[in-house]
Design a protein. Structure first.
Length: 276
């Protein structure tokens, strides 16, 4: 009788241990599997937080420029960000803007510091490996900015004696090395630094998207664009890979803006012309 009692007790203890281990193993698997849909931590988390956090440029006139006096950031990209916030929350003020540069924006997105990048970002196959892109929201093309009267009239003018200024982490820096391999390329942290360097005579030309260069030309009419566009630069809004619901909300916003005519108004407001 005593042996039966001991055996029954041992069986019960063993079963209890197995149940505990199974329970613990299940919890650990749920936490570390990484199989949860990304959207669960994307759009829903943004709604629960109560605001959309977007990385934008602070140094790019027409697209994202911070007024040092008022602290206000304005531009085409900023208005697109407001539209996305309004689509998600019904209120464009439920938006936080964070400064990014071409060099820092993907890192900040992947680290979770921002929900999306709306910062004159060209869609490329290389970047698609790191982020997911929205539909194209702006079409630009790379060009050259020089001082008026400069002997540089286009790519064909760039020689081994030419210093061309560009921005770190941009497709422009990569493109100009391919298009003008003899020229010396100097890279800067942001567009304002590059433009200041051009004005200080540290280079003969500055290259980036024509849309950005137009903003610089507006800042200082002593500089002008030359040579036309030598690349196509379609801009997209970037989100973390797998954020399908957030990406859908962004694409829905862009479709709404284009269908109701608001996109054309914004384009004309900031670029001076309606989109082609």
């Amino acid at each position: 009788m005593r042996k039966r009692f001991q055996w029954s007790t041992l069986v019960l203890v063993a079963l209890s241990c197995l149940l505990v281990l199974a329970g613990c193993g299940g919890k650990e698997g749920a936490a570390t599997s990484g199989n949860e849909p990304a959207a669960a931590n994307g759009l829903e988390a943004i709604k629960q937080r109560g605001k959309l956090v977007v990385g934008v440029k602070y140094d790019t006139k027409l697209f994202g420029l911070k007024d040092p006096a008022s602290g206000k950031v304005e531009g085409f990209d900023i208005d697109i960000a407001k539209a996305v916030a309004k689509h998600i929350f019904g209120d464009e003020t439920k938006l936080e803007l964070k400064e990014v540069t071409s060099k820092t924006r993907i890192t900040l997105l992947q680290n979770g510091d921002i929900d999306a990048i709306i910062a004159t970002m060209t869609i490329s196959d290389e970047r698609k490996k790191q982020v997911d892109f929205s539909d194209v929201y702006f079409n630009a093309g790379q060009s050259l900015l020089v001082k008026k009267g400069s002997p540089i009239t286009g790519l064909e003018s760039l020689t081994s004696n030419t210093k061309v200024l560009a921005v770190k982490g941009s497709t422009s820096a990569k493109n100009i090395r391919e298009k003008a391999p003899e020229a010396t390329i100097l890279e800067f942290e942001n567009y304002q630094d590059a433009f200041n360097a051009l004005k200080a005579g540290k280079g003969e030309a500055l290259t980036t998207d024509n849309s950005i260069l137009l903003g610089m030309q507006q800042q200082d009419p002593n500089y002008t664009l030359v040579g036309g566009n030598f690349t196509e630069e379609p801009y997209g809004i970037a989100v973390k890979k797998g954020q399908t619901e957030l990406l859908q909300a962004i694409n829905d916003t862009l479709k709404e803006l284009k269908s109701n005519g608001e996109y054309d108004k914004l384009h004309e407001q900031w670029l001076g012309v309606k989109p082609e």
